[in-house]
Design a protein around this ligand. Structure first.
Ligand code: ADP
Length: 304
């Protein structure tokens, strides 16, 4: 990085949880994960030293919150904006293997991260200094509706001032009070975003999209600047309104664990776009990254 050049800021907003996996003979392995953390992880891997990648969330003051912060800092993801709320705890989930499938059980209803947007001044300060901001439908689902509206207003302001605002709808109906509220908030979030990164199979049942083209049109019509529709092993559809292309994804013979594929795709895509790559080149790099991730166990891999 040239001396005197300003370091650029990538901010990912959401919830990181304690993950317990394994479980054979009552022995669990502890890790940390969450969709927005996973994307920050891959953005960190692909952005140069001229970028600071920070996570915006709230944690508690317990030993597991401290361990989570150490994990983030130890992996180059800055915790300088993380809020510590006395008496609160992080959310937790256990991964349970059954007949080759992974099942997730969550304890997150009362997690510290649900309060991440409570301090309006901190939120405004952090977002106004960011060059790129990433958030998801899960980030929105865990907030009380007044805080959610405030977050969206702040992000809209950041986009208007020139920040890149990126959003993955990450549809999780179980986190929402009802489907119509979910649809309405997701559409509003897309309308204030520069880039929307949906997954076709997640969106289609709830929005009635019959093809990825319909998913793209719906988000462009809502006000998104650029839409990238992921679709598992099927081609990725990238559209900015001016260009519209389908790109085949790298073939993977043996999927070991598909957890985090979409998050990894998003991190690599955004890093490439922020480095000045065209949408098509960025989508190719992103699908290569996702292909790598699904060949490994777990959402976070270091060999990127
Ligand atoms: P999510 O992880 O959000 O459910 P997808 O399943 O669409 O999203 O996966 C995201 C990306 O990961 C895809 O766009 C593709 O690049 C890659 N991917 C996922 N599954 C496969 C697969 N079976 N073969 C090759 N690439 C895949």
């Amino acid at each position: 990085m040239p001396t005197g050049a300003r370091r650029l800021n990538f901010l990912s907003i959401g919830e990181c949880m304690v993950e317990l996996s394994g479980g054979g003979e009552g022995l669990f392995r502890m890790g940390f994960a969450g969709d927005t953390l996973n994307t920050a992880w891959y953005a960190r891997a692909r952005l140069g030293d001229n970028w600071d990648v920070a996570y915006f969330t709230a944690v508690g003051d317990d030993r597991y919150s401290r361990a989570m912060m150490e994990f983030l800092d130890g992996n180059g993801i800055s915790t300088r904006l993380v809020q510590v709320i006395p008496g609160k705890r992080p959310g937790l989930y256990i991964i349970h293997q059954e007949a080759g499938d992974r099942h997730f059980t969550y304890w997150r209803d009362n997690s510290a991260a649900r309060l991440l947007a409570d301090d309006a001044e901190h939120l405004l300060n952090a977002t106004s200094k960011a060059d790129a901001i990433y958030f998801s439908g899960i980030t929105l689902a865990i907030l009380k509706s007044a805080r959610r509206e405030e977050l969206l207003a702040v992000l809209e302001g950041a986009r208007q001032k020139g920040a890149l605002v990126a959003f993955d709808p990450n549809i999780r109906p179980a986190l929402w009070p009802d489907v119509s509220a979910m649809r309405q908030v997701i559409t509003e979030a897309a309308s204030i975003s520069s880039i929307v990164l949906p997954t076709f199979n997640d969106d289609a049942p709830f929005f009635g999209d019959r093809s990825p083209e319909q998913t793209v049109s719906r988000y462009l019509a809502a006000g998104a600047g650029e839409v990238v529709v992921k679709n598992g092993p099927n081609p990725v559809h990238v559209s900015t309104g001016h260009i519209s292309v389908f790109l085949s994804v790298e073939e993977v013979d043996q999927v070991v664990d598909a957890t985090g594929a979409g998050d990894a795709f998003n991190g690599a895509y955004l890093a490439a776009r922020l480095r000045g790559e065209e949408p098509e080149t960025a989508a190719r790099a992103a699908s290569r990254m996702a292909a790598k991730v699904i060949r490994h166990q777990g959402a976070l891999i270091s060999d990127t």
